[in-house]
Write a protein that binds this ligand. Structure first.
Ligand SMILES: Cc1cc2nc3c(=O)[nH]c(=O)nc-3n(C[C@H](O)[C@H](O)[C@H](O)COP(=O)(O)O)c2cc1C
Length: 289
């Protein structure tokens, strides 16, 4: 039984389906036919989406979720460029929670972000409880501080013995400094991991398979940019991703499904500060061919 069928009463024979999917669609006696199953179909839905007479049905997908996109309203390039350029990593948030309907919308966009081979393997944990966020932050700081102390000790040993490459030594110096900074920041009552944001979103996926990092980064970026249209701002929290994947206590506290890893983390909230100017960046290194 094919996952996809063509209603020949509606089909106008344009062959566009054949153009978008040469894996499941083919010509038989000048007629387009389809046989879709797990050998060829990645559930991308392009065949249904492209068919102008609406003759194609995908029996493994929710046909009510194929919404008409034919109206020609679009954001201008300049507006979108400025929207992207004005994004900043925010680390100061109002103590204001995000309404559930907005959170739902942010979560909903994850499913529409692209994934390699349409694997759709991105899952999220949404953490909004301040005590949970603080606990995860504290466990991460503990981990970074312990790592920093170890690095500082090792650095002293290597220096005394005249060993270690410049790269190794500078990495250890950075780890030692970072661990110390985190500890000091916490002692001052700050949250150096999540900046007391009202929401932490952890993007995770099974370690088996491919493309998890790319998929989760794309999903978190898409979500973060969408958040900006709601008056929210976001920041990637790579430090927590690193802590979660390397520290068993942090991972245990996260309670992810067995065999899952963390591949992107963002914080989201209403900004306390407003950036008034764009910032300068190095020109992109580009080679035209
Ligand atoms: C992959 C990635 C991981 C990051 N991790 C952190 C983090 O753990 N903590 C933090 O405060 N900022 C983090 N950032 C934010 C960067 O510091 C920030 O993007 C950079 O300084 C440029 O500033 P801008 O985002 O305002 O342009 C991360 C950014 C990226 C892209």
């Amino acid at each position: 039984m094919s996952w996809v069928s063509i209603d020949y009463d509606k089909c106008n024979g344009c062959g566009t389906c054949l153009e978008v999917c040469r894996r499941c669609f083919f010509l038989e006696d000048e007629t387009v036919v389809v046989h879709a199953d797990d050998n060829c179909c990645s559930l991308c839905g392009h065949c249904v989406s492209i068919c102008s007479p609406g003759a194609i049905e995908h029996h493994k997908m929710d046909m009510n979720n194929f919404i008409d996109t034919s109206k020609d309203e679009f954001i201008t390039t300049d507006d979108f460029f400025e929207f992207l350029r004005q994004r900043r990593s925010h680390r100061h948030f109002k103590k204001q929670s995000i309404p559930k309907k907005d959170m739902d919308k942010l979560i909903d966009i994850v499913r529409y972000s692209p994934t390699g081979s349409n694997s759709q393997n991105v899952a999220v944990v949404v953490i909004q409880d301040a005590a949970r966020i603080e606990k995860l932050s504290n466990l991460s700081v503990d981990f970074m501080a312990a790592g920093g102390e170890q690095s500082a000790k090792k650095l002293q040993e290597l220096k005394a013995e005249g060993k270690g490459t410049p790269g190794e030594l500078s990495m250890m110096e950075m780890m030692a400094r970072y661990g110390e900074m985190m500890k000091q920041s916490r002692e001052m009552g700050d949250d150096p991991v999540f900046y007391q944001a009202p929401a932490v979103i952890v993007f995770h996926s099974s370690k088996e398979g491919m493309g998890q990092k790319d998929n989760c980064m794309i999903a978190s970026t898409t979500m973060g940019l969408l958040a900006r249209t709601m008056g929210l701002e976001f920041t990637y929290i790579g430090i927590f991703e690193a802590a979660a994947n390397a520290s068993p206590p942090v991972m245990e506290e996260l309670k992810l499904p067995e065999g899952h890893g963390v591949y992107s983390v963002i914080i989201v909230g209403y900004p306390k500060l407003k950036f008034l100017r764009t910032v300068d960046r190095k020109p992109t290194a580009v080679r035209w061919e």
